[in-house]
Design a protein around this ligand. Sequence first.
Ligand SMILES: [Zn+2]
Length: 281
Amino acid sequence: MRKLTRIVLAYFVFTGLGSVDAFAQPIETIRVQQDLYLVGDRTYSCFYLTEEGVIVIDPLDSVHAAAAMDAIKKVTDKPVQYVFYSHNHWDHISGGQVFKEQGATVISHVEAAHHITPNPAVVLPDSTWQGEKATFTLGGKTLELYFYGRNHGDGMTVFRFPEYNAIFIVDLVVPDRVLYAYLPDASPKDWVEDLKKIQALAFDAVYMAHVRAVGDRRDVTRMQQYFDDLYAAVEKELNNGTPFFDIPTTVTLPQYKNLRNYEEWLPMNVWRILMEKTIGQ
Ligand SMILES: [Zn+2]
C-alpha cells in the first residue's frame, strides 16, 4: 500500500513539474513579411492580414488559438474572416472553435474534411476545396493552395504567398529533427515523391510549423535527402540479409546524428519504412 502511494505521489509531482515547464515557454509572434506573421512556441500557426480581414492557417489547439487571437488584435482591428486547416490531424486543428465563435469560416481540402477522426474539440470545416490547386483571394491578397494527395496525412495543403514568393508548409518539412516517431497516418513513399513536386514550386522563403519556423529551400531539400538516405539504409540491410527484427537497431545514419530525437526516433523511422517495404503499407 505504502509503495503504491509513493508511486501516485511521484506521478503528481512529475506532472506538476511538466506543466510548469510547458507554460515556461511564451508564445511569440514573428512578423516574417509585411502582412504575414507566424505565432507559436514550438509549434506555429500563421496569419495573413488583408484589407477585408485576416486569414489564419491552422488554429492548433484552443489555448494556442486564444493566444493567436490576442496576437492578431495587437496588429489589426480587422476580424478573422477565414481559417484554413492544413490537414486532418487534431494537433493542428482543434482550436477552430475560438475563431468560429467570432464569425470566421473554416475551410480545408475535401480530403482533410473526410479524414478527420471525430473529436469533440475539432470543428469540422464549413467549406472545402478540391483538386490539386486553388487560388483564394481576399482584400487584395492572393493565397495559392496546393494538394498532392496522401502523404504526411490526408488533405495536406501547401500554402503559397505569391506576394512574397514564400510557402507555409506544415509537417511535410520539419527542420533539424528526424521524422516524427513512427510516422503515424503517413504514406512515406508518397511523402517523398511530393517533396520533389513541392520543390518545383517557385519560392524563396519557407515557413514551417514545428521546431524552427523560418527557413528556405534547403530545408525542403534536406527533408527529401533524409528520406532518400533512410530508404537506402533500410534497403541495404534487407539486401544484406540482416535478421528482420534486428534492422531497426542496426541502421545508423551518422550524418544525421545531430538532428533532434535521432536516438529515440530513428529506429521508429526505420520500422515505418520496413513495414511499407514488407507489407505494402
Ligand atoms: Zn500532422
